[in-house]
Design a binder for this molecule. Sequence first.
Ligand SMILES: Cc1ncc(COP(=O)(O)O)c(C=O)c1O
Length: 421
Amino acid sequence: MSEDLFAKCGTDGGYFGEFRHSGDRYFTQPLLDSLPGRRMSFGGRECVMWSINNYLGLAESEEVKAAARDALETWGTSAPMGARMMSGNTGEHEAFEKALADFAGKQASILFNYGYLGVMGTVSALVGPDDIVVVDKLDHASIIDAAVGAVQTRRNLRVFRHNDMESLESLLKDINKTRKKGVLVITEGVYGMTGDLARLDAICALKDRYEARLMIDDAHGFGVMGPSGRGTAEHFGVADEVDIYFGTFAKAFASIGGVSAAPSDVIEWIRYNARTQVFAKALPMVYVKSLQKTLELVRGGQARRERLFEVARRLASGLRELGFYVGKVESPIVPVFTPGGGDPRVAMDWIRFLRDQQVFVTGVMYPVIPKNYVEFRMVPTASHQDEDIELTLEAFRKLRDEKKLDLSMDWSGIEKLYGSK
Ligand SMILES: Cc1ncc(COP(=O)(O)O)c(C=O)c1O
């Protein structure tokens, strides 16, 4: 007899298999039942929260809640019914797309119900047989899944070393020797795990030189980076050169959904060919209407952005003073590295220690980062107060002293992680 499909489900295999098998709700699927904010309840205690991407603090916005309440009153949770292609399109969806296109500095935009589905839909609509997709090694899973699903053979998916322009250039050169059709380079804007920025100025120059198209998934930069929060392309002054700008509403916009912005003909193509949208119900009106208010707050969000970066700077400098190795802080994400030896139990012990001190952090380990280290990926928000930073620094001081961390180790593995110029 061959093995039953469900046989694996009773084992500790698969992603996070040991955690699943043991019924974990501490490191994976932790129960956080309070409103997203700087302080959240975990395990019956209040913790300072450094693990949610509520960058601008808009999850707590009363104005957004009021807009959602008004929309709910008028539209309920049902509207619109059906996919936009058939019966789910409204003037509000189209008006919001116009506003988002304007914000992104593009001719047009299209809404998606989740960022993940947006990346999948956009890439699969555009990439056909013989087209080639080029991704950064640290690109988010949605990009990798989209690329794997879209290319015809694995040979048409090429990976360059993280943020390494020599690696990207040699790939593009190589591809151009035999390419038959288009090339789509996809990078993040802000790398979500490591907090560094894609070198968009250099990447734009390369994609022009080698006649490729560039899509950036700016999930972590949208609303946050650049002088007016228009994202990482604005930060580098290359918004016009990025062919497709993508953002999710799941981070700074503190909601649900995603958007691709590009020239009008490209967006119309995606509108009729993105299967994750053509065959899915439209984004509910409650979200569209409340997100219109959110966009207004993001546009006028200079003070929030300034506070966000101030929190990031203070947290990073406090941790450095304690001797921790903090990676590049080019975005709000503060990546704190500690020696770890690649043993997940060590990281879990430290995460538990910090949570016991009322500091909620999550850890990142190999294979995202090199084996000898553990990363605490800390996500500041505009709502964090100075007292939150102080409490957190005290917890890290205790971690360093009570766990006798040797912070004088060789950090070159981490420096390499950030790629060459
Ligand atoms: C870079 C990146 N792209 C896409 C997504 C998926 O976005 P969403 O949560 O809106 O589906 C995420 C979310 O973690 C992300 O970090």
